[in-house]
Ligand binder design. Structure first.
Ligand SMILES: [Zn+2]
Length: 280
């Protein structure tokens, strides 16, 4: 195992943690097809995130004095404007996550541009500022997507899985802050019956083992001086018992005072300033 640090972090901290939540709301196929309005239970299930769980997570982050990033479909911003403004008012960052959680690989370049531009208009009008960060809702994108983002002024993406450090996309204009599926709360805590895939995804893991996994994953990142980002979802991690789990995990990470907690935008800015030469 290498003992070399991946980078120097601000204030002499040993590693970086950029907590990130995907505030999906009732997005996905039901919203894209409009069937959400015929099936009120879809709305109710997804609405738990912005309507109920968000406040609990924001209170927890306040108490821990940790700022985070919320990747939010613009449709959620339109539907819960006050809730989303609260995120910004409390010092957190809101980034793009599609308009209705589109699958980017299904969209032409023009369609992707339309989704991004429409979302950016809604962000400006509702939240008072354009976003600089993006996480693809589909977990993937098309080859032209990073250029479409960079030419619209986006500074970073947190969409890919292939590293545990930030890096530059080809061309050097867009920073990637990779978020690994290991740190997706769906893997342990989401319950799905249709489809019951991947195998085991139709049950919920022990909270104790889930916390143990996350603690050990953080310990590895911290030891090597890396940047850990999460794919957490308020509607999954923001339920009462799971919020305790999140609190205990943050407690562990704050134990030695050697972690730089930052928004993804701050990590991106830091990386751009301190690593450009090495990466080009
Ligand atoms: Zn999502």
């Amino acid at each position: 195992m290498t003992e070399a640090r991946a980078t120097a972090w601000p204030e002499g901290k040993q590693s970086a943690v950029a907590l990130a939540f995907d505030l999906d709301g009732p997005t996905g196929d039901a919203m894209l097809t409009g069937s959400i309005w015929d099936r009120p239970e879809y709305f109710a299930q997804g609405a738990y995130g912005p309507w109920r769980a968000l406040d609990r997570i924001l209170a927890l982050l306040d108490r821990r004095q940790v700022r985070a990033t919320f990747f939010t479909p613009a449709w959620v911003v339109e539907t819960w404007p006050d809730k989303c403004r609260t995120i910004v008012d409390r010092g957190h960052e809101v980034g793009h996550h599609g308009y209705k959680h589109e699958k980017y690989w299904d969209l032409s370049a023009d369609q992707q541009g339309d989704v991004i531009d429409t979302s950016q208009r809604i962000f400006r009008n509702t939240l008072g500022a354009a976003a600089v960060g993006f996480r693809t809702p589909s977990g993937d994108w098309r080859p032209e997507t990073p250029a479409l983002l960079a030419e619209r002024g986006f500074e970073y993406s947190s969409s890919m899985r292939g590293d545990d450090r930030p890096y530059f996309h080809p061309g050097g204009r867009l920073v990637e802050i990779p978020a690994r599926s290991d740190m997706d709360d769906y893997a342990s805590l989401a319950y799905t019956t249709n489809p019951d895939w991947p195998s085991g995804g139709d049950r919920i893991a022990s909270y104790e083992l889930t916390l143990d996994n996350w603690v050990r994953e953080f310990d590895g990142y911290h030891r090597e001086g890396l940047c850990l980002t999460t794919i957490f979802h308020p509607k999954v991690i923001g339920k009462p018992g799971r919020a305790v789990l999140l609190d205990r995990w943050i407690d562990h990470m704050q134990e030695d005072g050697a972690v730089w907690f930052a928004t993804c935008q701050e990590v991106s800015t830091w990386w751009r300033t301190n690593n450009r030469k090495e990466e080009q």
